[in-house]
Design a protein around this ligand. Structure first.
Ligand code: 5AD
Ligand code: SF4
Length: 578
């Protein structure tokens, strides 16, 4: 098959978005073409998320649709990438014969080889099979196992707790990142991975099982990648990791294989031992060092952000670097998960509410400087309906929300995940209607808090990063086009601007977020000179700002501007360019 076309759909978090970008780059380099039209594609790939059941259900239903299509189009290749592939393993292939290729998040560098094989085998087999609609009976293509392959890490990623024992080929995927206007799009914003995996084992969470042990990338690789992106025009970089502030790279212990410095497994700390103790006296690049390096060595990056932070082990060194660095955003996403010490204990979070709030106070004392136009903003994650969560526990979470004063908070209903400690140890005893009620109550409370946080910005002049025309303006434009030139899909610049559902927004992806306006980004149409268009921008504290302008949208997209904040309305600030 010459230059097969690929449709790739991404579910879940920013880490998955980055994985999808890297996969797209590597497949493009091999001649695959990408299409937005799943029905026209020769290859359909789903990059999946397992954090909550709902995200997985969506993929099951997509696979069901693909099974029907494959009956008519036997040459179609279907791949499941990411956490669901890793979590389900062979069971997924058994349940869904439509799946040809499965690749876990730690093995994505193997996708091109597996896909090539699957495409060839499928094409050869398709020649021998008549489509179902031309036959009396549907062909049972499930027996065509020769086209079906998987690359999964299993539990190998946890084998060595010290150094990577073998070449970390996944690092090559990050290193070979294709940076071009095509892959970057017009937004001039990019993600850079600094750590993979997680060692925390919160009892509800599948990530340590699907993404494996915490692994830190060599600092020079990260800085080089930031430089490469900056050279290509990127001005905003978001560093990614499940627990970014755990980043540590021990130089004395680094291993080079095939000329490539290998990523390094994070240490597991002894009970009561802090990270600082564990690495004392060693030649280590800490997270604070890494931030400083990127800030100093790549000044073309005008906004450096990072997600997600773990509330414990957050040293003053990191806060001090942020304070001293004008280009590091004053925004922390530090999930609390619950406001009850009892629930935090059951979740194995490793801190108390008091310790969490102490950290927020410390962060505010060092970083909150509205008087110089540099306020600190905070975002959180909360899980409601964790097993055994009482009304008193829930009330404690409400108090935490009032006290934390997040600018927004991602609120999730507890979803029991196979393989986790929580599903084995605790009964999922909170009825769904109670989870829903608590979820709604917290969303309502967070809206009040977000409103009040937003009002503090009115009258201030802030730097913002312009992202695109607003969803409202984009929709209006689509409506106008529908009227004038007929039907146009509700897809602008490659991103759907349809309704916000339970998945796919926020720092960690799947969420129902209060105070989180949805944006339309991408190559939106420019405004005509005399017709103002509403654009969206983000402050360095990640607050959404809407503003009207008659300037061409293309000129403003991906630039940093100064805006006077005139009003704070539901979900967004409104301002004027100055
Ligand atoms: N159920 C509900 N929410 C979860 N999260 C992680 N695992 C679960 C689960 N089993 C939430 C946490 C985390 C975010 C990424 O997803 O709040 O911070
Ligand atoms: Fe999951 Fe985050 Fe806990 Fe790691 S720290 S186990 S990714 S919730």
């Amino acid at each position: 098959m010459a230059n097969p076309s690929v449709y790739l759909e991404t579910f879940g978090c920013q880490m998955n978005e980055l994985d999808s970008e890297l996969v797209t780059g590597s497949l493009r380099a091999l001649g695959y073409r990408f299409t937005q039209d799943a029905l026209a594609a020769d290859v359909v790939l789903y990059n999946t998320c397992s954090v909550r059941e709902l995200a997985e259900q969506k993929v099951w239903s997509r696979l069901g649709e693909m099974a029907q299509r494959k009956a008519r189009q036997p040459g179609l290749v279907v791949g499941v990438l990411g956490c669901m592939a890793e979590r389900e393993g062979a069971a997924l292939m058994k349940r869904m014969p439509v799946v040809d290729v499965m690749v876990g998040p730690g093995e994505l560098d193997k996708l091109p080889g597996l896909l090539d094989n699957a495409v060839r085998t499928r094409a050869a087999l398709a020649d021998e099979i008549e489509p179902a609609d031309a036959q009396e009976q549907r062909p049972d293509t499930s027996g065509l196992t020769s086209a079906r392959q998987a690359a999964l890490a299993g539990n190998t990623s946890r084998r060595s707790a010290t150094l990577a024992a073998a070449a970390d080929t996944l690092e090559l995927l990050d290193l070979s990142r294709a940076v071009s206007p095509e892959t970057l799009g017009p937004s001039r914003s990019a993600y850079v991975r600094i750590t993979r995996g997680c060692n925390k084992f919160c009892t509800y969470c599948v990530v340590p099982f699907t993404r494996g042990a915490e692994v830190h990338r060599p600092p020079q690789h990260i800085v080089d990648e930031c430089r490469k992106l900056a050279d290509a025009g990127v001005i905003e970089v978001t560093l990614l990791g499940q627990t970014v502030n755990h980043y540590r790279f021990e130089h004395g212990a680094s291993v080079t294989l095939g000329g490539v410095v290998q990523p390094q497994k994070g240490r597991t700390y002894k009970r009561g031992e802090s990270q600082t103790d564990a690495y004392a006296g060693l030649n280590v690049t800490t997270f604070a060092d890494l931030l400083r390096m990127i800030h100093e060595e790549v000044p073309a990056i005008r906004r450096l952000r990072f997600v997600t932070s773990y509330p414990r082990d957050f040293g003053d060194d990191v806060l001090t670097v942020i304070r001293e660095s004008p280009r590091i955003c004053r925004y922390l996403h530090v999930p609390a998960q619950s406001g009850s010490d009892r629930v935090l204990g059951l979740m194995n979070r490793g801190y108390t509410v008091g310790e969490y709030l102490e950290f927020l106070d410390r962060a505010r004392a060092i970083l909150h400087q509205p008087e110089i136009g540099r306020p600190l903003t905070l975002a959180g994650d909360i899980i409601v309906g964790f097993p055994g969560e009482t009304e008193a526990d829930f009330e404690a979470t409400k108090r935490l929300l009032e006290r934390a004063r997040y600018k927004n908070c991602f609120i999730f209903k507890y979803s029991p995940r196979p393989g986790t400690v929580a599903i084995d140890r605790f009964v999922d005893d909170i009825p769904d209607e109670v989870k829903r009620r608590r979820n709604n109550e917290l969303l309502a409370l967070q809206n009040v808090v977000s409103d009040s946080v937003g009002r503090e910005f009115v009258g201030q002049t802030l730097e913002v990063f312009v992202q695109g025309i607003s969803r409202r303006a984009a929709k209006a434009k689509v409506r106008a086009e529908r009227v004038s030139i007929g039907a146009v899909g509700l897809t602008i610049g490659g991103k759907s601007v349809g309704s916000q559902d339970d998945e796919g927004c926020g720092d960690q992806g799947a969420c129902s977020s209060a105070a989180h306006a949805q944006l339309a980004t991408g190559d939106e149409p420019a405004a005509t000179p005399d017709e103002p268009v509403q654009m969206t921008a983000r402050t360095d504290g990640d607050l959404i700002v809407l503003f009207d302008t008659t300037r061409p949208a293309d000129d403003l997209m991906g630039t940093v501007q100064r805006i006077r904040i005139d009003a704070s309305r539901t979900l967004a600030l409104h301002g004027t360019l100055v």
